[in-house]
Design a protein around this ligand. Structure first.
Ligand SMILES: [Zn+2]
Length: 65
């Protein structure tokens, strides 16, 4: 079952659009895209953390205090 975000109508999973209001239902490809974006954001954060760590080690101690 899929839950329509617009009219809260429950639809069979094989339908792309809501039979009641005609709006597109959330599907697997959208979820995959969202997961990919979340993973990319995660690696961006990891890269940023590594960059900060390298900068902390690389900069002279006098500047950091
Ligand atoms: Zn609907």
């Amino acid at each position: 079952m899929r839950h329509c975000l617009y009219c809260q109508h429950n639809s069979p999973t094989d339908l792309r659009d809501c039979p009641q209001c005609g709006m597109p239902l959330p599907d697997a490809t959208m979820n995959a895209q969202l997961r990919q974006r979340q993973r990319r954001f995660f690696w961006f954060c990891v890269g940023l953390a590594l960059f900060c760590l390298v900068m902390m080690l690389w900069l002279p101690r006098t500047i950091l205090g």
